[in-house]
Design a protein around this ligand. Structure first.
Ligand code: URP
Ligand code: ZN
Ligand code: ZN
Length: 467
């Protein structure tokens, strides 16, 4: 089966060229303007042809606080595809006392028969025993080459400082990348207890417990751990200006430390949590969005290369999970912020929000957009050049994008399985009009053509790039 994407402008992280793209059996086999023939021709005249987005941080079907995130591997994938994302890395979680292999098996089952786009897993370690670390070669043999550790969520996911160094060293030795959730768990715990004792239950107190300094301190400590161990580290969902400045200083000293931010930190601030009503619960996630100043540093770091990837940390919960057919959601914390399940939806919006906020404003180029939304994640996480580019040999995960198309983001029209959108009412310019997953057209305008069970697990290499 041969398909040509004809007449478009191909944008990769390296360059922008007017060229046709030939796809055979799901793989790009040639670029060129003459002599390419095919069974199917897709007209991309006047449009951009870009690598499908890669979201390196999602939580589909995640058990959390007595419920689950509301998108599974079908609804989440359909929404991702409509938004231009054709691959993502979710977090398989070890359970306390359980093995890493069991965690991986559980998450693989969640995706089975449902996946539409391609996916991979990081392994979240909550019990960093010697036995768990001895499973690293098994993970490598399964194509899972990144581990996540938590400096926060005391008594739930957080590991001891001693274990942090152990994981970093063991992962570094075997060519795996460690991801870290950098917030100070002890400080969050103590402040939470004080706020609750003082009867401070409003949603805005989530921002007080998860303050900027709580993230900045843990981030800066994580950068120091990189210096102590020499092991590479990727700091997830960064939102605090002072934390990002610590990462920037570390990188300037040549440390192998990388940073991810998320699309919500490009738009939201702590003001969104500060409402009289329960509305603020919609924006409760950890770390929460911070001040305008913090947001300005996120933008600065996108442009100067301190940040390599823009993810979503997609972890949706119904705002009103009591309606028929839904599962419990944010209303679990109706009487207190500390009981609100943490997380926001975004897997569908990341690509267009980044384009609109950063390319349309002139902050970054289309090539930098491709790097931040796709290529860098593929390189860092050992999937390049199969994923993250348009070149002979690459999977044909492709977005045909209309940079002039205006749309208003809304829960009324989005495809995520959740009843609100954190970007509600935002007008964006630039929209995916066709999306291909390994050569299959799965989104055509507003039409869904994807099929459950066609997405594949992506095995990843060790020693991904340090960017
Ligand atoms: O609030 C969030 N981010 N929930 C998902 C878990 C995490 O820490 O990434
Ligand atoms: Zn996290
Ligand atoms: Zn997360």
């Amino acid at each position: 089966m041969r398909t040509i994407i004809k007449g478009g402008t191909v944008v990769t992280a390296g360059d922008t060229i007017d060229t046709d793209v030939l796809i055979e059996d799901g793989v790009v086999t040639a670029l060129g303007n003459a002599g390419l023939e095919a069974d199917t021709v897709i007209d991309a005249s006047g449009l951009l042809v870009m690598p499908g987005g890669i979201d390196p941080h999602t939580h589909l079907d995640l058990p959390a606080g007595g419920t689950f995130s509301s998108d599974d591997f079908f609804t989440g994938h359909r929404a991702a595809a409509f938004g231009g994302t054709t691959c993502h890395i979710d977090f398989a979680m070890q359970s306390k006392g359980g093995t890493l292999a069991e965690g991986l098996e559980t998450w693989k089952k969640k995706a089975e028969g449902k996946a539409v786009i391609d996916y991979s897993f990081h392994l979240g370690i909550v019990d960093a025993s010697d036995e768990a670390l001895a499973e690293i070669p098994f993970l490598v043999s399964e194509g899972v080459t990144s581990l996540k550790i938590f400096l926060a969520y005391k008594n739930v996911l957080q590991i001891e400082e001693e274990a942090v160094l152990k994981v970093l060293k063991a992962a570094g030795r075997e060519g795996l990348l460690t991801l870290v959730h950098a917030e100070n768990g002890e400080a969050i715990d103590q402040t939470t207890k004080r706020l609750l004792a003082e009867g401070k239950n409003a949603m805005k107190y989530h921002s007080v417990a998860h303050s900027a300094v709580v993230e900045a301190e843990a981030t800066s400590r994580a950068v120091d751990y990189v210096e102590m161990t020499g092991a590479p580290l990727y700091i997830v969902h960064t939102s605090a200006g002072q934390g990002l400045q610590a990462i920037r200083r570390g990188r300037r000293r040549g440390l192998p430390v990388m940073a991810e931010t998320c699309s919500q930190y490009l738009v939201l601030t702590d003001k969104y949590l500060d409402t009289e009503s329960f509305e603020g619960a919609k924006y409760i996630c950890s770390p929460p969005p911070k001040s305008e100043w913090d947001k300005s540093i996120v933008y600065e770091c996108l442009a100067d290369g301190t940040i390599q990837t823009v993810a979503t940390d997609h972890c949706p919960f119904w705002f009103d999970g009591t309606k028929e057919g839904r599962i419990p959601g944010k209303e679990l914390g109706k009487d207190c912020w500390a009981k609100v399940p943490n997380g926001v939806p975004g897997i569908e919006d990341r690509y267009v929000v980044l384009w609109h906020q950063a390319v349309n404003s002139g902050l970054i180029t289309p090539e930098q957009f491709v790097a931040l939304s796709s290529t860098n994640a593929a390189k860092i996480f050992g999937m390049y050049p199969k994923k993250g580019t348009i070149a002979p040999g690459a999977d044909a995960d492709i977005v045909i994008f209309d940079p002039d198309k205006k749309r208003v983001i809304s829960a009324r029209t989005h495809h995520m399985n959740v009843d609100y959108n954190v970007y509600e009412g935002m007008e964006v310019c630039g929209w995916p009009v066709k999306v291909l997953s390994r050569g299959r057209l799965i989104v055509d305008g507003d039409k869904w053509l994807g099929e459950a069970g066609t997405g594949q697990f992506v095995r990843r290499e060790t020693h991904g790039a340090i960017l």
